[in-house]
Design a binder for this molecule. Structure first.
Ligand code: N01
Length: 536
């Protein structure tokens, strides 16, 4: 390759969220010439874009933070067990300041296309404004939930009031006081938004298509004394995150649901329901997501809780999911969400009964009536996992489009590379253990950095996984999903989005094995000189 032109950069990273930020740091340590291209005006990715009211962690703040720097751990105090978005964004800006990251990040730079030139072993990358970059490697740090989708309801553009998708929330505060507000969507985002807006809106109307099984977050403040204790326990806590199934503090209980007596089971569920965070979903009996009877039993338990908390039993029934069991979709964590429906200013509209016909200039018309609104909030989710790749025109060998290659679902080797797309590495991509994402990010970024070091030391300029390894990993990921009730339900976790053409069929877009297993496989591949990959 000595006669070939040199690219401008050794690596271009797309995205300055948590994964892109850490990748920049690790590649800089290798002495590589790196540029991060970021569409937003600041760092933080998810935490930069999702500034909707009520946005906050639902995994424990400290377990979500970067663990790679003791200094950083020592100097950052979390104010709540589940921190709000402003605090998390402040934290990520602090990280950017501390490691002087911004000097290699180009903001307001949305990548439009990335084309691989096999003859020169270079990626040609073009931004929306037409500017171009060349790079030996391209690392996607585009996030699994970063391509927001508006609902395919007629008239969305005709509304004259204020309207916004939660992931495009304005930087200026939005007041709901004295306002008639509509929220469309009741996923994790909708639930966080609804419970917050209900506090101040004159009237809030929630348009629900599918109810979700929500569970109490039970957030609380962290005082100095508790923070000191948490800090002292960091080594054990991060070690635990390395050992649990999905890198959370919670991990499945080894017992099966019906192994214990009725009283014991009920007491265990009461305890989980009264404990903060994801325990009821991720720390439950090991079979609640594989055994239909077990799943029906926990669903019944949570349904009883909803009936107890919502006064109007007709409303309670509407809020209880009937087409999927507890935990088979991501469980939204809530704080007095169900109680919001006991307020006089909150109304629930089941759009299966009275479908939305259109958005009008003054509000929303359902089959039975038209309601006027000042503000419409679209909490309608994302074209998940592959959507953030699809919106970039990524082309590999011979001009093959990644979007076409993944038409029937992603195909990857370890979730990080794809044959036909040399020198592309994915962070938090499809087919890798997601779970508590920053824990995955740290491993993922360090694995990619090690690969870059290996390539640099051996003057490797082309890296591509072998097609049969991609096939084998993809088959393995699909096989892991068999018997998992989660894969029998429509949700972003199975790649379904009613608003995106071609995304109505369920696919296996996520790795559902344990995070330790995934990491062990990746480590073994690296230790065997990147077995299954051609490095030349
Ligand atoms: O998106 P969703 P989300 N007409 O896809 C409805 C993470 N997260 O942004 O279910 C009417 O879950 C749709 O209805 P249905 C977390 O991983 C993390 O809420 O398709 N309704 C659904 O109710 C989460 O799982 C945190 O029938 C329409 C909603 O919109 C993921 O992000 C906080 C519609 C979309 O729900 C995504 O959550 C928040 C239409 N045309 C989110 N189209 C934290 O912990 C869609 N809907 C930090």
């Amino acid at each position: 390759m000595t006669d070939q032109p040199s690219p401008q950069f050794d690596a271009i990273v797309i995205g300055a969220g948590m994964s892109g930020m850490y990748q920049l740091l690790k590649l800089r340590e290798l002495g590589l010439k790196v540029r991060v291209l970021e569409a937003g005006t600041g760092v933080g990715g998810t935490w930069y874009w999702n500034r909707y009211p009520g946005a906050r962690f639902d995994s424990e703040s400290y377990s979500y933070a970067f663990s790679f720097s003791k200094d950083l751990l020592d100097e950052w105090d979390w104010s709540e067990h589940f921190a709000g978005q402003p605090e998390t964004l402040r934290y990520l800006n602090h990280v950017a300041d501390k490691f002087d990251l911004r000097k290699d990040i180009q903001f307001r730079s949305r990548v439009k296309s990335a084309h691989w030139r096999d003859a020169t072993r270079i990626w040609d990358i073009t931004l929306g404004d037409g500017s171009t970059f060349t790079s030996r490697f391209m690392i996607t740090a585009v996030g699994p939930l970063s391509a927001p989708t508006m609902p395919n309801i007629p008239g969305v553009d005709s509304f004259k009031g204020q309207s916004c998708h939660t992931a495009h929330w304005p930087h200026e505060p939005v007041s709901f006081e004295g306002k008639r507000v509509a929220v469309i969507g009741t996923g994790a985002t909708g639930v966080q938004t609804i419970q917050e807006v209900a506090k101040t809106a004159k009237h809030l109307t929630v348009f629900q298509r599918t109810p979700n099984w929500c569970a109490p977050l039970l957030n609380s403040r962290i005082d100095t004394e508790e923070m000191t204790k948490i800090r002292a326990g960091y080594p054990e806590m991060f070690q635990r995150c390395q050992e649990t199934f999905s890198c959370f503090l919670h991990t499945p209980d080894p017992r099966a649901t019906f192994e214990v007596s009725d009283e014991e089971r009920e007491a265990f569920w009461e305890k989980l329901y009264a404990s903060p965070g994801f325990g009821i979903w991720l720390g439950n009996f090991r079979d609640i997501l594989t055994d239909r009877k077990a799943n029906a039993a926990i669903s019944d338990f949570v349904a009883r809780k909803i009936r107890q908390r919502v006064k109007n039993q007709k409303t309670a029934e509407k809020l209880i999911p009937k087409n999927h069991g507890f935990g088979t979709r991501r469980v939204p964590m809530e704080t007095k969400y169900y109680e919001a429906y006991n307020q006089d200013n909150v109304e629930l509209v089941d759009i299966n009964e009275t479908p939305i016909e259109r958005i009008t200039p003054s509000g929303i018309k359902t089959s039975d009536t038209e309601r006027a609104f000042d503000i419409i909030v679209y909490a309608t989710g994302f074209d998940a996992i592959t959507g953030s790749f699809d919106r970039i025109d990524i082309r590999g060998i011979g001009g093959q489009r990644l979007k076409d290659r993944w038409k029937h679902g992603p195909e990857t080797y370890l979730g990080m590379t794809v044959d036909g797309f040399p020198n592309m590495a994915m962070l938090v991509g499809p087919h890798m253990a997601l779970g508590n994402i920053p824990r995955t990010i740290e491993f993922n970024v360090e694995w990619v950095a090690d690969l870059m070091r290996y390539a640099r030391d051996r003057k490797v300029t082309r890296i591509e996984p072998e097609p049969d390894q991609v096939q084998a990993w993809t088959d393995h990921v699909k096989a892991l999903g068999e018997g998992n009730l989660l894969f029998e339900v429509n949700s972003w976790m199975t790649g379904v989005n009613s608003n995106v053409e071609g995304k109505q069929v369920r696919i296996v877009n996520r790795y559902s094995g344990s995070a330790p297993d995934w990491r062990a496989k990746c480590t073994a591949v690296a230790e065997k000189d990147y077995e299954g990959m051609a490095l030349v």
